[in-house]
Design a protein around this ligand. Structure first.
Ligand code: RDL
Ligand code: RDL
Length: 152
């Protein structure tokens, strides 16, 4: 399995390191190809290149939109680009974004970034290796990085 990881220098936490650590803990036969770009809007083409030129089976795109209105616009544009790249390549790109204003306290923001990266990495493992385990969680109100909402 070839797993692409793309992340940004804009982010204030090394989410890719957390994701890679979690992936390596949960699977042994994977090759990780990592690319770092300046910001979230640079992620879609990087993810597409990882799929088409580096033959990645799945990609994680990790980024941190800032707190300003223009940052949120950037994040939405990046998201749209990531969805387009998935549709163009018929390949999943897991978007792992942590908005800088999700937590006020930098310590809490770091914890959220670490946990969300790790939990999306666990999702990737389930999607690629244990599809039945993911199906078992259908409708369970799963969330990444914070506590699950849970089923109704
Ligand atoms: O292509 C170069 C940049 O335009 C690109 O890296 C942008 O994603 C950078 N960027 C912004 O220009 C911005 O206004 C980012 C943010 N906000 C942001 O909140 N988070 C980013 N990049 O990762
Ligand atoms: O690609 C991995 C995730 O980015 C993707 O599964 C998102 O759809 C997850 N997600 C959010 O990131 C979010 O901010 C979801 C919601 N909100 C939501 O409200 N409902 C979801 N997913 O099903």
């Amino acid at each position: 399995m070839r797993i692409g990881i793309c992340d940004t220098t804009f982010a204030r936490f090394d989410m890719a390191a957390a994701a890679i650590d979690e992936l390596k803990k949960n699977a042994y036969d994977l090759k990780i190809i990592r690319e770092t770009v300046p910001g979230v809007k640079d992620l879609p083409v990087t993810a597409k290149i990882l799929i088409e030129e580096e033959n990645c089976d799945i990609v994680m795109a990790l980024g941190m939109p800032g707190p300003m209105e223009k940052d949120k616009m950037c994040a939405h544009e990046a998201s749209t680009g990531l969805i387009n790249a998935q549709l163009m390549t018929n390949t999943h790109i897991l978007e792992v974004f942590v908005h800088e204003d999700e937590e006020e306290d930098p310590v809490e923001l770091a914890k959220l970034a670490e946990n969300r990266a790790r939990e999306h990495a666990q999702n990737l493992i389930k999607m690629m290796y244990h599809r039945k385990a993911m199906r078992k969680e259908a409708g369970m109100g799963m969330r990444e990085g914070k506590e699950d909402a849970g089923p109704l």
